[in-house]
Design a protein around this ligand. Structure first.
Ligand code: F6R
Length: 247
């Protein structure tokens, strides 16, 4: 595993979109593990363009999102359901609704919903590609520092750092949900291939720790050392000073 500096957000996003596109071209019934957040916006823009230009049949593709905020309805503008509608499913409306999966953040029984989601992921089989962003604190999904590597989909408490970082998407910090339903680290590791992206100065510290070669529960992304097929692409601003190191 190695951190690769692709120079800029455009090229890393386009590369990732091409890989998602190629995956579907090779295998129309592919399973894609999807992420949300600012990092992924350009990936979906390029992906939608490729799908449109090539008139791709996505009816058999199954998608599984990593996480959803607790307490937000599916139509809340900052819910991850709504994010996915905006960036992908409304832009290329040929996915099969029953093949699109995002945890339900306003379920009456949240623990039962998390369990249902985990079971769905397991029964469906491993994602062919899982795309990941990374939090400033090194989280993947909403697996915050200290998360067990055996963790499965469950209700998680967001840390102060994540609430602060994500307040940029809300009117103010008080509106940021304090919990989420998130795939666990072991759920994420079940994917066949993982592509992690990080852009901007604010991600540099997390990427530097990820490039250190030391597995550390306080930097959840370092669990990725245990996966045989991980690619990490960053832009120049997020690249560690000490590039070129294999971990
Ligand atoms: C999103 C997710 C999170 C984000 C991370 C980075 O589904 O699971 O781990 O990838 O918080 O968020 P952005 O891209 O907004 O900086």
């Amino acid at each position: 595993m190695k951190v690769i500096n692709l120079g800029n957000r455009h090229d890393a996003s386009f590369y990732t979109a091409c890989e998602l596109f190629n995956q579907i071209e090779r295998k129309p019934e592919s399973k894609l593990g999807l992420a949300t957040g600012g990092t992924m916006v350009d990936v979906y823009t390029h992906f939608v363009n490729l799908l449109k230009m090539n008139d791709v049949d996505v009816s058999k593709v199954e998608t599984f999102n990593l996480d959803e905020y607790v307490g937000l309805s599916q139509t809340h503008p900052e819910s991850y359901h709504q994010y996915m509608q905006n960036v992908l499913f409304d832009q290329y409306p040929f996915f099969t609704a029953s093949c699109v999966h995002v945890p339900v953040g306003d379920a009456e029984d949240l623990d039962a919903e998390a369990e249902r989601y985990e079971q769905l992921v397991q029964e469906s089989g491993p994602a062919d590609i899982q795309i990941l962003g990374i939090g400033e604190n090194g989280h993947i999904g909403f697996n915050e520092p200290g998360t067990s590597k055996k963790s499965k989909t469950r209700v998680v408490d967001l840390t102060e750092s994540t609430i602060r970082a994500n307040s940029r998407y809300f009117d103010n910090e008080d509106e940021v949900p304090k919990q989420a339903i998130s795939m666990g680290l072991s759920t994420i590791l079940s994917a066949k291939r993982i592509i992690l992206l990080a852009f901007g100065e604010k991600k540099k510290a997390a990427i530097t720790k990820l490039a250190s070669g030391v597995e550390d529960a306080d930097v959840p992304a370092t669990i990725l050392y245990e996966h045989p097929n991980v690619e990490i692409y960053v832009d120049d601003a997020a690249a560690p000073d000490d590039m070129g190191r294999e971990v």
